[in-house]
Write a protein that binds this ligand. Sequence first.
Ligand code: C2E
Ligand code: MG
Ligand code: MG
Ligand code: MG
Length: 284
Amino acid sequence: RAKNEGKNGVRIFRPTMGEETTQRVGLERDLRLALAQDELVLHYQGQFDARSQMLVGFEALVRWQHPTQGLLSPGKFIQVAEENELIVPLGEWVLREACRQAALWEANSRDFTMSVNVSALQFEHSGLLNAVQQALASSGLDPQRLVLELTESVVLRNPEVAALQLTRLKDLGIRVALDDFGTGQSSLSLLRTLPIDVLKIDRSFVQDENIAEGSSARMLLNVMITLAHGLNMLVTGEGVETPEQQALLDELGCDNIQGFLLGQPGPPEDICWTPLNHTNRHEH
Ligand code: C2E
Ligand code: MG
Ligand code: MG
Ligand code: MG
């Protein structure tokens, strides 16, 4: 769909797109207002040590408290925001808010990282470096606690620019994770050249139905974990929903895990800090 929209403002519509287009224009207008009126909220999902299941970090996930449509997930509005550059102010807000929350938690002397997703346009925007610096400065958060999550496609859009941008970001003392790893067009040489700290294995690999010994799914997980460690990166398994998936990732040497098994994304007041067992994880 996006491909039909010319950069010069000329849009080519297929007849069936009328209703959807009206919806999108409405969404764009509402999103502008949402930013001005504080309707965005962050939910946080825990990241855990694969073996001890101790909490080691959070991922900030944006939601939109829409006045009439209820709580909207990012799948409903991030792409619209990306298409009209609202993603830049939106992303800056997410950075500020996640750093503010992390600094509050840091004051309790908890040891954890805070991961923030960065979209393609936001990553290539010249203001990103400044935005990160500002978020760190205004919150007082230790830069080492901040992790920016980028997908392969974001990095691959322009590898040279990405390398430069990543180097500048890393100079601030923050860390970088490659999100949804394995779903994009992974280039192994890219992994070697870019300063990436964490590889996040996409949940499609973690959730494969056949993870029996000798299965190709198991071998792929093994290869990805070995690759990451060989390149001095930590590995996080995404979308862990069952104890079997957790046990396998731990057995294969995966460092951290994230998924509904250990914690759903939720508002900051729902965060449960104590080491979890599977029966108390949703209490607060
Ligand atoms: P992501 O960065 O890969 O985030 C993980 C997504 O997987 C989240 O969906 C999370 O709720 C979901 N998830 C976590 N554990 C499990 C599990 O065990 N099973 C399943 N089925 N799903 C699980 P969410 O919150 O809907 O976010 C979707 C995507 O939207 C994110 O994928 C990320 O790409 C994007 N996104 C979220 N927040 C932001 C943001 O602040 N800025 C930008 N640019 N993108 C964001
Ligand atoms: Mg992510
Ligand atoms: Mg992911
Ligand atoms: Mg994902």
